[in-house]
Design a protein around this ligand. Sequence first.
Ligand code: C2O
Ligand code: CU
Length: 528
Amino acid sequence: MLGLGAGAWPMRMLAHDMQSMPKPRMGGGTLCKHMVTDQAKVPLLLDPTTLKAFVDPLPLPPVLHADPGKLLQIDMQETSQRLHRDLPPTRLWTYGNSMPGPTIEALSGKPARIEWRNRLPGKHFLPIDHRIHGAEQDKPEVRAIVHVHGACVQTESDGYPDDWYVPGQSRVHTYPNKQEAATLWYHDHAMGINRLNIYAGMFGNLILRDEHEQSLGLPSGEQEIPLTLSDRLLTKDAQLYYPVSGNSDAPWVSEVFGDAMLVNGALLPYLEVQPRRYRFRVLNAANARFFHLKLAGGRPFQQIGSDQGLLAAPLVQKSVLLAPAERVDLVIDFSGMGGQQLELINDALPIMQFRVGRGSVRDTSVVPAVLRDVPRMPESAATHQRLMTLDEYDDCVAEPMLMLLNGKRWHEPVTEKPVLGSTEIWSLLNLTDDTHPIHLHMVRFQILDRRPFDQGQWLASKTIRYIGPAQPPEAGEAGWKDVVQAYPGMITRIITRFDGYVGRYVWHCHLLEHEANEMMRPFEVVAA
Ligand code: C2O
Ligand code: CU
């Protein structure tokens, strides 16, 4: 086991340059033995800029209604899908047989039961790192377990990473849906390999609706569209390429970025819209990429929701920065744009196009000035404060590099035991140079603030010296959240009430490569 004392140190690495062109493997700073890529092993990759843009209509995943009393059955299976008109089909692992999987529609207050059936093949097609905890040689290669991200469910149905099962087996999960309307999503969570399973295509949306939201008159029906974003590297023959370190015994890489941007599983699609308002439920389902979204020409739009549902009031935005696993609800008004085209852009590059039809339509949708009540949680409600560090270790000897929460590995005893129904403040001390999107299962939370602190002083003496004022959350993240961007060199504070169920849950970084390599910890909700 890697000693975390002398000889190991939090390392400067992986400047999160969202603008830079992705490369097959990421890494920078110190060059360690295990960071050397054997270029000969990198297959010829497809250059997506050679493909004609906006020739494929935006795919809309099939919709499944989770009616109470009915058991939905969803198969995990191998399938193939054309990501672009001019590409051959790509082999994928999916729920149902599309990437993203079917959009599950559920109603708040109405429990749903889903049987998730593992019908995957017996061999993985992406590079497993057997040194990663939970993915050792003695574990079956193909394992899966579904987690509904953002759902408050009992631990047996939450998709605990060690609860994986193999092809031929299935699991019935119960979702009580005792929570407010929100765009949730489901994805694989199998210990040590979920970054590969998700990259292979194992994710989809779960839209939870409630009466309040439905009474608002927001754009709905054909004017309410999921936009699930991801990025992939593709080989010349359009197959998924998951980058490797070059060391075949330890293929794990610290972050994966692709240059093929997919919206609902399509490369550079277009969507025909009418000159009226649309609601887009945007999800970042990428392994590690942050999406910095804008409309061409800096055209403003409204943000009406975030991870855990509606904001208190709509917000006019010109851009949003979405970390992996974050969601935003956007309203774009195409009225007055008949016959025009508008691109949705990530940084400088278009990722899809809206084609506005001509003619006039009567738009009866509204975006009310008040969306819902989001009372701020007072700090005084917290009965417990926890200091959690986000660390990266690399001694250039141990492989792979290690990222930890609180200096602890996944399998170490549970240290966080919040009491059911109690309120806590978690201070996330980021000792790295990366933004880590931190996610807690079961709960929704609010961001209190972020404050820069002296990392050096913390490392030397474990004491906090602030070096700047506390910054309140951005307006777009001031609602209910389940992922928070913990900025480098800052202490990010969140407040949450552990409502729900007793039992074991997880919190982790949602950069999937970090999560796999120990940046995930259990917490256990205990009875009062
Ligand atoms: Cu998106 Cu542990 O989850
Ligand atoms: Cu991370």
